[in-house]
Design a protein around this ligand. Structure first.
Ligand SMILES: Cc1ncc(COP(=O)(O)O)c(C=O)c1O
Length: 364
């Protein structure tokens, strides 16, 4: 029984296509697929399983609990945890690879691994200009040297993150890359080397071949976005719904909270069962569009928590069976996460990751 009032259709073929785009561009680098935040809203377990079937050998998540969910689903692939600290026992128990960005955590990891007679692989994060997480580049050499002497730690990766690889002007990111490379060189000179060196997010995969090093960390491009859509990436997620209420109203009828929309003519107004609690941003009030029968239909009045009203007066044959496409393609029309992001003053990342938990993900 189809209980869901709205659902996200996840197109696994599109996911494979986008992975192929990454592979073709990064032939000499290993791909670490970024599936944090529930695979950017697409469903981490299913996305991980599919990517692994297609040959991905490394995964990346933000937090330890995300990695545990994957392990508990039976995924044994190496998982790099980007932003956590102090979850030493969980890292060891679940065979996770922590990103290390402070000496205290490194010491605790080494001690924990020693207790169970293990060596724990880690990736060390250095801050080359992102200003978020990582050893200060001025102290990075000493820090890495100190960690390299910790017996139960295996230095597997050295990593950093670009702050603006999506911009045309590459001056700053090239500087970041140079700084990173010279640290890696200096460490190598002192006999400290890493299996993987990595910096490249999607934008760098697409536009900075020099930054691919021997591992890349694409996220958004796997899901079909990435600003510079030069490789014809395919959006993986579509959001679909139906009509829960349909009414004919005279001119002068106010619609939704605060009466910000009043019908100017005899109108047919539909209510769709998706609201801001499902990730349909309230900024789309009187501003958004959805697709019905291949026609663009405007949002009327304020988006509510669970529902949104749309003006379907100009859609011939609209009825309770009509499919409503909130994001995706219908006929010749398409609404992308980029389009929604532009209307709501954000980025496609936020549009995708905001899709609520009530929305069932269906994999095709
Ligand atoms: C550490 C790290 N690496 C890689 C990525 C992937 O970035 P993108 O989705 O832009 O490819 C992210 C995402 O923000 C990240 O935080």
């Amino acid at each position: 029984m189809e209980l869901q009032k709205a659902f996200a259709e996840i197109n696994l073929k599109a996911l494979s296509h986008n992975l192929n785009v990454v592979s073709k561009r990064t032939r000499n680098s290993r791909i670490l697929a970024v599936i944090k935040a529930n695979a950017y809203g697409h469903g981490a377990v299913k996305v991980a399983e599919h990517l692994i079937r297609k040959g991905v050998s490394n995964l990346g998540v933000a937090y330890t609990n995300e990695a545990i969910t994957l392990r508990e689903a039976g995924i044994t692939t190496p998982i790099l945890v980007f932003f956590d600290r102090d979850n030493i026992d969980a890292c060891l128990e679940y065979n996770l690879t922590p990103t290390v960005f402070d000496l205290e955590t490194a010491r605790k990891l080494s001690a924990g691994a020693y207790r169970i007679n293990k060596q724990i692989p880690v990736h060390i994060k250095v801050d080359t200009g992102m200003g978020r997480i990582g050893f200060d580049i001025r102290k990075a050499f000493e820090a890495v040297t100190a960690i390299s002497s910790m017996k139960n730690i295996k230095l597997e990766g050295l990593m950093s993150h670009f702050s603006e690889a999506d911009l045309k002007d590459k001056e700053f990111v090239n500087l970041q890359l140079t700084i990173f490379r010279s640290l890696a060189e200096k460490l190598k000179h002192h006999k400290i080397s890493f299996k993987y060196l990595h910096m490249a997010n999607s934008a760098a995969v697409l536009t900075m071949p020099d930054a691919h090093l021997n591992m890349v960390r694409p996220g958004i491009m796997l899901y079909g976005y990435g600003g510079c859509n030069i490789d014809k990436l395919k959006p993986v997620m579509s959001l679909k719904s139906s009509i829960v209420f349909l009414k004919k109203v005279p001119a002068g009828t106010p619609i939704s909270y605060n009466r910000t929309f009043v019908t100017k003519r005899k109108s047919t107004i539909a209510t769709i069962p998706v609201g801001y609690a499902d990730g349909y941003n309230r900024k789309l009030s009187n501003h958004g569009e959805v697709l019905i029968n291949g026609i663009r239909v405007p949002v009327t009045g304020r988006v509510c928590m669970d529902t949104t009203m749309i003006d379907v007066t100009d859609v011939p044959g609209v009825n309770y069976k009509s499919e409503v496409v909130i994001m995706g393609r219908q006929g010749r029309e398409q609404i992308t996460a980029d389009d929604i992001a532009e209307k709501t003053g954000t980025i496609p990342y936020e549009v995708l990751t905001s899709v609520g938990q009530r929305i069932k993900r269906i994999y095709r």
